[in-house]
Write a protein that binds this ligand. Structure first.
Ligand SMILES: [Zn+2]
Length: 89
C-alpha cells in the first residue's frame, strides 16, 4: 500500500466521514423518489422508465425501482426525524 493510498484510507476512516448527514439522507431520498416516479409499471407489467430512457424492455419493478423503493423504505424521512426530535423543522 503506497503512502498516498494509506493516507486516503485513513482519511476515509475518520469519524467525520462515517455515516450520512441529514442533508445527505434527504438528497438520497429525493433522488430515490425521483427514480420511483420515473420507473413506473406500464399496462403490460414492464418498466415505462427503462423503455423511455434506454429502450429496454424490463419487467417492473426494474433494478432501479427496486433500489429506490428500498432506499425510500429504509431511510427515515425529514418528517420522521423531526417527530423523533432528531432534527429541527
Ligand atoms: Zn426501470
Amino acid at each position: 500500500m503506497s503512502l498516498t493510498t494509506a493516507a486516503r484510507f485513513a482519511d476515509h476512516r475518520r469519524p467525520s466521514r462515517v455515516g450520512t448527514t441529514t442533508t445527505d439522507r434527504a438528497e438520497l431520498i429525493h433522488d430515490a423518489q425521483t427514480i420511483l416516479d420515473g420507473h413506473t409499471c406500464d399496462a403490460v407489467g414492464m418498466c415505462a422508465g427503462c423503455r423511455v430512457m434506454w429502450n429496454r424492455l424490463t419487467p417492473h419493478p426494474c433494478t432501479q425501482a427496486s433500489w429506490a423503493r428500498a432506499v425510500v423504505g429504509r431511510l427515515p424521512t425529514a418528517e420522521t426525524l423531526t417527530a423523533l426530535g432528531l432534527r429541527t423543522a
